[in-house]
Design a protein around this ligand. Structure first.
Ligand SMILES: C[S@@+](CC[C@H](N)C(=O)[O-])C[C@H]1O[C@@H](n2cnc3c(N)ncnc32)[C@H](O)[C@@H]1O
Length: 268
C-alpha cells in the first residue's frame, strides 16, 4: 500500500535502535508462510503431486525455507546466499529455535549457481533477486545450473514485476504498521536496463535506517527470461498473473498495467 510519510501510524514505540535490519526486512518485504505455500501450489498445479525438497536461492535469512520445513517431518530444503552475516543471522533466528526440526533446513554460504546437496523438487528465486545477474551470459549460466540441479519433474519458480512505472525514478512508500518502508529506485539506464535500488525504513519517532539494503539490478522482461529458460533446457514456462488479491492466474497475454506482479513456473 502506498501511503504518505506524514500518515505514519502511532505504534508501540519501537525505534530503529531497538530493531535490526533483518527483522525489519522480513516484516516489510517478505510473506514467508504465503511464499512457501505459493511454491508448493505451483508445483502441485503443474505436477499433480507434492514437492518435498525445496531450494531457496538468494535466500537471505531463509525464512521461506524455515516455513517450508515446518510443513512436516518429510519436508526439507536448502538455502543459498553469498552473504555470510545474513546466513548466520538466519540460522540463529529462523532455524536454531526450531531445534531438531530446524536441521532439515541446510544453509549454504555459496553462489546461487552452486549445486545442491540433494536435487530439489522445487526451487525459487523471490523478490526479483535473480535480477542481480545483469548480463545475459550470467543469467543463462544460472538457469543452466538450476536445470541440471533440479530433480526429475522439478519446477523452478521465479517472481517478476514490471509495467511502465517499474522504470521510473521513484520512492514507493509502504505502511508496514510499525514503520514505513521506502523502495527508492534511481539511475535507470535505458541502454543497460539497470537501476540502483535502496531500501529505507523510517520510524514514527523520527529515527530511520537509511540504505538498509542496496541492490543494483537489471530490469528484465518476461520474454527475455522465458527465452533464456528455454535455452537452458526447460521444457516450458507458464506465466501466472497476480490479481492483487492473493490469486495467480495462468496467462499468455498479461495486462498492460502501470505496475504488475507475475510468477513464472519453469518445468524441467
Ligand atoms: C533481495 S535479497 C533477497 C532476500 C530474500 N530471498 C527475499 O526474498 O526477500 C538478495 C540476496 O541475494 C544475495 N545474493 C547476491 N548475489 C548472490 C549470488 N550470486 N548468489 C547467492 N546469493 C546472492 C544477497 O546476499 C541477498 O541476501
Amino acid at each position: 500500500m502506498t501511503t504518505d510519510l506524514k500518515r505514519a501510524p502511532a505504534i508501540d514505540h519501537k525505534t530503529s535502535h531497538q530493531l535490526d535490519r533483518h527483522t525489519v526486512y522480513q516484516q516489510a518485504v517478505q510473506s514467508p508462510e504465503a511464499d512457501a505455500e505459493l511454491v508448493q501450489y505451483f508445483y502441485r498445479l503443474n505436477r499433480n503431486k507434492t514437492a518435498y525438497h525445496f531450494r531457496e536461492d538468494f535466500c537471505g535469512t531463509a525464512i521461506t525455507l524455515a516455513n517450508w520445513i515446518q510443513q512436516g517431518p518429510e519436508f526439507s530444503g536448502e538455502g543459498f546466499d553469498i552473504d555470510s552475516d545474513t546466513i548466520k543471522w538466519g540460522q540463529r533466528h529462523n532455524f536454531d529455535p526450531l531445534g531438531e526440526n530446524g536441521k532439515r533446513g541446510l544453509l549454504h554460504r555459496a553462489d546461487a549457481r552452486a549445486p545442491s546437496t540433494k536435487s530439489p523438487d522445487v526451487r525459487c528465486a523471490f523478490n526479483f533477486s535473480y535480477w542481480i545477474f545483469t548480463q545475459r551470459k550470467q543469467m543463462l549460466e544460472y538457469f543452466q545450473s538450476a536445470y541440471q540441479d533440479l530433480a526429475k519433474d522439478g519446477v523452478f519458480v521465479l517472481d517478476f514485476h514490471g509495467g511502465a512505472e517499474s522504470l521510473a525514478e521513484e520512492e514507493a512508500i509502504t505502511d508496514c504498521g510499525e514503520f514505513l518502508s521506502i523502495w527508492h529506485q534511481t539511475g535507470f539506464s535505458p541502454v543497460t536496463h539497470t537501476a540502483d535500488l535502496a531500501l529505507h525504513f523510517r520510524f514514527p519517532d523520527g529515527s530511520a535506517m537509511e540504505n538498509a539494503f542496496r541492490y543494483h539490478w537489471r530490469i528484465w522482461s518476461i520474454p527475455e527470461i522465458t527465452d533464456l529458460l528455454s535455452e537452458a533446457g526447460f521444457a516450458s514456462t507458464n506465466t501466472y498473473w497476480y490479481d492483487g488479491e492473493g490469486e495467480y492466474e495462468l496467462t499468455r497475454v498479461g495486462q498492460n498495467d502501470p505496475t504488475w506482479i507475475a510468477c513464472l513456473a519453469a518445468l524441467k
